[in-house]
Ligand binder design. Structure first.
Ligand SMILES: [Fe+2]
Ligand SMILES: [Fe+2]
Length: 266
């Protein structure tokens, strides 16, 4: 099975990078399944029902999220109605939404998508390393052609540690949240594909997808006011990774980063 995973979709520029490039990328690379992190899809802060539907219309199958999930109030009522929109599994017990799910393709192959959030320099949530074990106990890996983990975390050390922790037990561990694509795509010792951060889908003439002037001013003036900085609105780059699993088991055969359009695309 061949999947495309897209990093954090940042505002309208990010959504339009999917509109403009995703359908063709699916054809060009023979993609079976598309997963995208949508935590910043609504003006940089959260996601709404209509934006979920917009992303599905471009070819996204499953949307993962992160710390910004609840920024738009309507999502708390919506998430339980949409089995293709995931929250980090280690969010507070009792919060709405699914932290992982299994999807069956037309050819009957199955993929598990798991969303989990890091603990280092992030808002508080249950321990990711403990909670991932709980998920793996709940799924029958032998029944699956692909097991994908979006690890939404700040620290590259924590992400790499999670990659090695899951090496040989899932198909891929790919990081999100830092919005900068890392050049470390590889297949680890025991067969799991890994990249520290998928990068964002959005305008790279920015500071991690937000208006550069405003962010520079905040740093340059030591402004500590917690004011939302709006997303940059130039042409977005579609940014992510393509991962293929083996024909006879769920381990990875190949991982390749892709960037299309915008400032850093090819
Ligand atoms: Fe993000
Ligand atoms: Fe995030």
């Amino acid at each position: 099975m061949k999947i495309l995973f897209l990093g954090d979709i940042m505002g309208r520029s990010g959504r339009h990078s999917l509109r403009d490039h995703l359908p063709q990328a699916i054809k060009d690379h023979n993609i079976d399944f598309v997963i995208a992190n949508g935590e910043n899809a609504a003006g940089g802060f959260g996601i709404t029902e209509s934006i979920c539907n917009e992303l599905y219309s471009y070819g996204v199958n499953v949307i993962t999220t992160g710390n910004h999930l609840w920024d738009q109030k309507e999502i708390t009522n919506y998430i339980d109605k949409d089995q293709n929109l995931l929250k980090p599994y280690n969010f507070a017990e009792g919060s709405p939404g699914l932290g992982f799910n299994i999807y069956e393709l037309d050819n009957k192959e199955k993929i598990a998508v798991i969303n989990i959030m890091g603990n280092l320099f992030m808002r508080s949530c249950d321990n990711a390393f403990f909670k991932i074990e709980e998920v793996l106990q709940k799924i029958d890996v032998n029944d699956l052609s692909f097991i994908f983990v979006d690890f939404h975390a700040e620290a590259s050390s924590e992400k790499m540690a999670m990659g090695h922790h899951l090496d040989g037990r899932v198909t891929a561990v790919v990081g999100t949240h830092t919005h900068v694509p890392t050049a470390d795509a590889n297949i680890m010792e025991h067969g799991t594909a890994y990249q520290t951060d998928a990068g964002m889908c959005g305008d790279y003439d920015s500071v991690i997808g937000t208006k550069k002037q405003e962010f520079v001013r905040k740093f340059a003036t030591q402004d500590t006011e917690r004011k939302r900085v709006p997303p940059a609105d130039g042409i977005g780059t579609l940014c992510g990774v393509i991962i293929e699993s083996q024909d006879n088991n769920f381990l990875a055969k190949n991982i390749q980063s892709i960037r299309i359009g915008g400032k850093i695309g090819s």
